[in-house]
Design a protein around this ligand. Structure first.
Ligand code: GLC
Length: 423
């Protein structure tokens, strides 16, 4: 089976650069606490960390009634943030399906008073909002099914488990439901492949290739049957990474809602992360953890709206950018993103002037992205004996237009070339 996507299948994803991750499930009811005690773990792992018996945990389903869920509001927030796709947990490690599933009664339509299918509503809202709908599916861990991996407190006899029966009875039938009930799906985001075998990974890739050939697969499917790489959680590559990759990341310290996790990043850090990740060639998949009532925590909303205001002005320096370049010296003033013919200098630390080392190309025009009538003066010096590389002095306007990041556009001639440090 072909392991990696053709270039065209990835085109929308390479253009997108920025997506919304949504972790939403029964764990939002627990909100990080169990029997009056806060459980030290990410919110969506509470069943495992507190070793909650299936018979107790599944009682949450009877209380799950997200009457304030509004798919259009969620899609509008993603659009306002400048995000181009949504990856939502269709089934997380706890085994509960947040979608209509004929093959397991442990799902939001059949097992909760809500009785609606939020994935169907989200699919419709994404279609209207021009956002790609994508699903997260935990294919290896399922703490509800006796044959799946992960629940060793209700099902301690690992040798007695028949993982292929879990795949046959639940996981693959649910993948078929996700790939046939909700229209075109942008990508499937598998998670924690653990000790899954190559043949089992192949099955989880094959069902996608069979039903939705244009649907992308992330690397956590296992055994290389992927179209792009998911890095570690909140793990930004240290250098430019010339591959198709995406980083899953949180706004605080949890994926699923926890009422006591107030460790919010600020908009400046998020924007600098977006630029740094895009500059290294990656997509930024930034997470929200909605409450059990279907609302998204206000700090998450505010942060995404603030990031969106910046992206709205500076989106040309984000969407469709490609990896690199890697300049020879640290950029004390900020960071860089790139499209052929244009370098975007993201100035985080404003100053009167700075020197950019290493750009060999002739700059034909330099201006502020937010106001192309504001010219930026650059003076280029060819390589010489003392410096052994090209230098360019950049003189910035007196007033810093954007307190978080102001983008200077350098239009250049020819194929991009950057000096390297020579030993
Ligand atoms: C880890 C966690 C999982 C979360 C994922 C997001 O795999 O186990 O709960 O969904 O990271 O990247």
């Amino acid at each position: 089976m072909k392991k990696h996507a053709g270039q065209d299948k990835l085109a929308w994803w390479r253009e997108a650069k920025f997506g919304l991750f949504i972790h939403w499930g029964l764990y939002a009811l627990a909100a990080g606490n169990w029997k009056g005690q806060e459980v030290q773990s990410v919110g969506e792992w509470i069943m495992k960390r507190a070793a909650i018996p299936v018979r107790e945990y599944e009682l949450l389903a009877g209380q799950f009634n997200p009457v304030k869920f509004n798919a259009k509001e969620w899609v509008d927030l993603a659009v306002a943030a400048g995000m181009k796709y949504i990856v939502i947990t269709a089934k997380h490690h706890d085994g509960f399906a947040m979608f209509r599933s004929a093959c397991s009664g442990y799902n939001i339509v059949d097992a909760t008073p809500y009785r609606r299918d939020p994935m169907a509503e989200l699919a419709e809202a994404c279609g209207r909002g021009g956002i790609k709908l994508c699903f997260y599916y935990s294919h290896f861990q399922d703490w509800h099914h006796p044959d799946a991996f992960g629940n060793d407190w209700d099902y301690p006899d690992a040798a007695g488990k028949d993982f292929d029966r879990y795949i046959r009875e639940k996981a693959l039938p649910q993948m078929r439901e996700l790939l046939t009930q909700y229209g075109p799906i942008g990508l499937i985001w598998y998670d924690t492949p653990g000790e899954i075998t190559e043949e089992q990974s192949r099955q989880f890739a094959s069902v996608i290739r069979e039903l939705q050939p244009d649907c992308l697969i992330n690397s956590r499917v296992g055994h290389g049957f992927y179209d792009y790489i998911s890095t570690g959680d909140n793990a930004v590559p240290a250098r430019v990474f010339e591959a198709d990759w995406e980083i899953p990341a949180t706004l605080n310290h949890t994926w699923g809602f926890k009422e006591n996790d107030h460790n919010w990043k600020d908009a400046g850090e998020l924007i600098r992360l977006l630029v740094n990740i895009n500059g290294k060639g990656g997509n930024y998949l930034l997470n929200v953890g909605p409450r059990a009532d279907g609302t998204i925590p206000e700090p998450s909303v505010r942060l995404l709206q603030e990031v969106g205001r910046w992206v709205k002005t500076n989106g040309e320096a984000i969407y469709g950018t490609i990896a690199g370049p890697e300049f020879p010296y640290e950029l004390a003033w900020g960071d860089v993103t790139h499209k052929p013919g244009k370098l975007f200098l993201h100035i985080f630390n404003w100053r009167a002037a700075f020197v950019l080392f290493g750009l060999c190309n002739r700059v034909t025009r330099a201006y502020l992205l937010a106001d192309s009538n504001t010219h930026v003066t650059v003076v280029q010096h060819p390589t010489n004996a003392s410096q052994a590389m090209h230098r360019m002095q950049v003189y910035l306007p007196q007033v810093q237009p954007d307190p978080i990041a102001t983008v200077v556009v350098l239009e250049y001639e020819g194929e991009l070339a950057v000096d390297r440090l020579q030993a």
